[in-house]
Design a protein around this ligand. Structure first.
Ligand code: SAM
Length: 260
């Protein structure tokens, strides 16, 4: 799998998945608004909190921490690839050529019932609470370097489209979930987003990355065998016009679970 990622192109990946129609904020049935709503609701139900939020396999994207950054004083981003960690640093450092997350910031502020100019405060908040952008390998029993997190683990773990996109089969997916779960404290929450029925996605022009096709039952079983109690599971089925030829995903799952 590591070889498949050598040619991963962050700019192309962002263009394929994080611009319209998949990120069309005027539509409720567009993929990104659905994901942002799930995250917003999961983070505002009152049961999630603490000091450290860990995002596993952040990639070049920041949408998945836009709600959580309001609740945690320390947000740790991680990715296997240096090109993705650099892309994140470009936005955090307000550097030239950064991806424009403004429509995302505005949309999440709207979900939070905040006024039209609050997005600037959210951007500043995110820039202030992201304390680290670390290398990670979910196939290692200790995915982060030792001492990267406080010893009981993170209070909350988010991961979106990572585990199934880096695992050759279901056993590897379940094992990787076990590895990252060791980074979460007991009683902590996991918010896991991923692809259903997907066998590949494009990580750039001509860069075909294999994915383990999952179904809902397999996701639930992997969570259970890794010691989670499922709190919420939501499924999104892609409308035909979201199938834009950059993958063969049929649906998306959003799971909120508690580590027992
Ligand atoms: N989280 C982002 C999102 O929601 O769009 C990116 C998901 S992308 C499909 C999969 C990510 O997994 C890529 O950023 C890739 O660099 C990362 N990755 C590849 N191999 C990995 C590994 N062994 N451990 C952790 N992450 C890995």
């Amino acid at each position: 799998m590591a070889r498949c990622y050598q040619e991963f192109n962050p700019a192309a990946y962002l263009q394929y998945n994080y611009t319209p129609p998949r990120a069309d904020f005027s539509r409720n049935d567009s993929i990104v608004p659905w994901k942002l709503r799930c995250l917003h609701e999961a983070f505002t139900e009152g049961d999630v909190g603490g000091e450290t939020l860990l995002d596993v396999g952040t990639g070049p994207t920041l949408y998945q921490v836009l709600s959580g950054c309001e609740l945690f004083g320390r947000v740790v981003l991680t990715d296997f690839l240096d090109v993705n960690r650099r892309e994140l640093r470009r936005w955090l450092g307000d550097e030239e050529g950064r991806f424009d997350w403004t429509p995302y910031l505005k949309h999440v502020c709207k979900l939070e019932g905040r006024g039209p100019s609050a997005w600037r405060e959210k951007a500043a908040r995110l820039r202030s609470v992201v304390t680290e952008i670390l290398p990670i390998d979910v196939h290692q029993p200790s995915p982060l370097s030792p001492g990267a997190l406080p010893s009981p683990g993170a209070d909350c773990l988010v991961s979106s489209f990572c585990l199934e996109s880096v695992s050759p089969d279901l056993a590897s997916f379940t094992r990787a979930l076990g590895h990252v779960s060791a980074l979460l404290k007991s009683g902590g929450h996991l918010l896991l987003i991923g692809a259903l029925g997907e066998s590949y996605y494009m990580g750039g022009p001509g860069v075909r990355i294999p994915v383990v096709p999952l179904d809902e039952a397999q996701v639930c079983t992997s969570l259970r065998v890794n010691g989670y109690t499922l709190i919420d599971l939501r499924i999104y089925t892609l409308p035909p016009d979201m199938r834009v030829g950059v993958d063969d995903v049929t649906g998306i799952f959003f799971a909120k679970a508690k580590k027992m």
